[in-house]
Design a protein around this ligand. Structure first.
Ligand code: 1CP
Length: 352
């Protein structure tokens, strides 16, 4: 059984209540990539860790990086510090990080390469990540919710097939279009592995989980149904049967009108929306799930009155429904930390 996400008062934490759709005293706030390069203390620790993988796989360091933003800002949530391609690494695909380049993997593009991947040793490799979660549950302030995460099968597959981040995800799309059965085997492996990965995070102490489908918008309608909705839905249903009280946030980024019906189809408690979604459309989504988003990260980088004005508009439009304040995508590395402080104060001071 997972430890209950309760404060000593016996009441569920604010972020958990908002994700489950309860009426709350104010909207909770956390930000994607709230740990990371915009913080000088992160850059310092990152340099000391040597490699980025060493940072992710050393529980003491990964927990410290997760906690760094919480020491500066009164976030309601803390997201586990790890990275999306770690699961591919744990399945046996060679992963490396080169300076300024992001993840680089030995591409998996056919059944022979796929046959080399296995879940047999994944939990051994990911053991340090689960240990980071356990440490965080001991170290986090009582009112802060610990969020675990994983990539969605489609988004992780784009990295595994391409071998790196790309603009068009051409190799993954072509495999999916050309050979549904073969590509389906990769996706099914990722559904199984992601379910186990998130379950272990929950058992170690994660109180909510987010599934990042950052590249969901690369797929046309039928592909979105087959490779995004279906696998994410399978993961959510399996997690719900094991951990019915743990909220699941799904973030199929920038899918526009495909957001309609997504929460019902997948069973997610909450959906993350990008900055381009009209707030009037987001209001309609709030009738069936919690909406999380969607300040443009560039506005956070700009700060001042433009940021304040747009944040106020988001709060006025969405703050009285099921809502968690966040960005539309992650914090940019050149964002001044003071802007984050000002934003968190503004959101926390607002009342429905
Ligand atoms: O040089 C460095 O220090 C590495 C930069 C970095 C960081 C800080 C990477 C490489 N990953 C991370 C941390 C990270 N990644 C977190 C930690 C917690 C937090 O949010 O505070 C999380 C949740 C992720 C998830 C992640 N990694 C996603 C999904 C979210 C998104 O941004 O869309 C994706 C797509 C990745 C891949 C990745 N890892 C790192 C980079 C630079 C990238 C993107 C590469 C690309 O553009 O394709």
């Amino acid at each position: 059984m997972e430890p209950a996400a309760r404060q000593e008062t016996g009441r569920e934490k604010l972020l958990i209540r908002a994700l489950k759709g309860a009426a709350v005293e104010r909207p909770p706030v956390w930000l994607m990539r709230q740990a990371g390069r915009y913080l000088p203390e992160y850059r310092e620790l990152r340099a000391r860790a040597g490699s980025f993988l060493n940072l992710c796989y050393t529980p003491e360091l990964a927990a410290e990086v997760t906690l760094q933003p919480l020491r500066r800002f009164a976030f309601d949530g803390a997201i586990l510090f790890a990275d999306l391609p770690l699961l591919a690494d744990a399945l046996g695909q060679k992963l490396d990080y080169r300076e300024g380049e992001g993840p680089v993997l030995e591409p998996v593009r056919d059944e022979a390469a796929l046959a080399q991947l296995s879940m047999a040793r994944m939990h051994d490799r990911l053991g340090p990540v689960y240990e980071t979660v356990r440490r965080l549950r001991r170290q986090l302030p009582e009112e802060v919710t610990l969020i675990g995460f994983a990539g969605a099968p489609w988004t992780l597959a784009t990295y595994m097939v391409q071998g790196r981040g790309s603009q068009d995800h051409a190799e993954a799309k072509r495999w999916a279009f050309r050979d549904e059965v073969g590509f389906g085997r990769l996706i099914h492996l990722l559904v199984d592995a992601t379910t186990e990965y998130l379950s272990r995070q929950i058992e170690a102490g994660a109180e909510a989980v987010q599934i990042f489908d950052s590249w969901a918008s690369a797929m046309p309608e039928a592909g979105f149904a087959r490779w995004c909705i279906e696998p994410v839905g399978m993961i959510v249903r399996r997690l719900k049967s094991r951990h019915p009280h743990v909220p699941v946030i799904a973030f199929p980024r920038a899918v526009g009108i495909f957001y309609a019906g997504f929460a019902e189809a997948t069973g997610a408690d909450a959906v993350g929306i990008d900055s381009c979604m009209p707030l009037s459309f987001a209001q309609k989504l709030q009738k069936s799930c919690t909406v999380q988003g969607n300040l443009d990260p560039q506005l956070l980088a700009v700060g001042g009155e433009p940021m304040r004005r747009e944040s106020a508009r988001i709060l006025e439009m969405l703050g009285r429904g099921r809502f968690v304040f966040n960005l539309g995508h992650g914090i940019l590395p050149d964002t001044p930390p003071e802007h984050v402080g000002a934003l968190v104060e503004q959101v926390r001071a607002w009342r429905p």
